[in-house]
Design a protein around this ligand. Sequence first.
Ligand code: NCD
Ligand code: ZN
Length: 433
Amino acid sequence: MMHLDKLFTGRILYEGDFLEGCVGVRDGEIFFVGKEANAPSYDEKIDFNRLLIIPGLIDIHAHLRGMRLKHKEDFSTGTFAAAAGGFTLVLDMPNTDPPTNTHLRMMEKIEEATPQIVVDVGFYFGKPSDRNELQKLLKTVAVGLKLYPEDYCKAGSETTGMLETVRKHGRKIVFHPEDVSIIEENRRRYPEQLKGVEKHGFIRPVEAELSALDVFRSLSGPGAHATHLTTLRSILRARANGFTFDVSVNHLTLSEEDLLRMGSICKVNPPLRSQEERTMLLQSLNRGEVKILATDHAPHTLEEKSSTLYDEVPSGIPCLETAFPALLDLAGRGALNLHNVIDGFTRGPAGFLGDDKLGVIRERNAANLTVVDPKEEWVVKPEEFHTKAKFSPFSNRVLRGRVKATILRGELVYREGEISVPKGFGKIYGAKS
Ligand code: NCD
Ligand code: ZN
């Protein structure tokens, strides 16, 4: 008879329903899901009682920074924040200083991150300068290529060729859809709007997003992934163009009204949209059209975010620790469907990665689990965040729904505010080199 290392009891998301029972773990894998009475013997039991046990959350879009930006975030503070937010795997973006777009930089980044991370981390590379560098990057574990507007909006056939090569190697192509020509044109025509941050959504309108989805389609054909879509119109356009897509928690939980009320802290690219657009985004998630959610955790220093001058304030909102609770809060109020929220950070991203060991609680899958209390109310105190970016649009807000524990390969990585594994416990995630 099989013997388990650990048993976690609670209300387990299993085959689409919450089952009062337990998850049995051995060697970091799930070996049993069912009623406790039927479980094999075990060494240790951890009772979560009435709490929900869901698959470990996966964020396919976060900025963990490091290197010359480690004053904003480093791989330990970034992954501490991820663990505290319920994430067991995070994919890190390449817009670093220096940019992660050569083989050497990728290897340096992996070397820097490896001893620091407490959850698993995968990496995207940025647009390489030539095909030789691309070939070398494709030999690393990087999950794929991330393109920013300036990388593709004015690009030619050599970029199309690169994209074909990335796809042929089975790596992901993720792009940030905002057309730089439209943004540049607006900046030229309306210089008086470039003083404060209030007109951010006017300078970078939905039309820029829609146009970029078409520009990218003509460059790459179908099959790429558009990240952080902000409106239903963009979702429809992305689908028509044959792209997969995600929606960021920022655009589901905040609107332009928050930018007007809170200012610089809510400046993010693409910008927050109107309350009407946000409502349509929530409804689209509820209809099951949005399969993948992302945080776009983008830490900056409080000093940088304290500026009120449009071009001085960097765009981006730190949110690894509030993203899932903010969605649970909306689900608790009936504004979001709980199962679609959970799937958006579990099953959806696992499908994006093509990884059938993640995203679902099932025998033989990785024992990556997130434990949440959908009813606990807590006050967001940014000074208690694990990220270095100790500010938030949710500061002092009461959220109903809290991450209680995060379990990676059967080990408690985070519980009740504390990180409980040494740095380096997380592993680098990625393609077999
Ligand atoms: C990103 C960041 O801070 O790295 N910011 C953001 O607003 N999403 C960069 C970017 O995508 O522009
Ligand atoms: Zn981003």
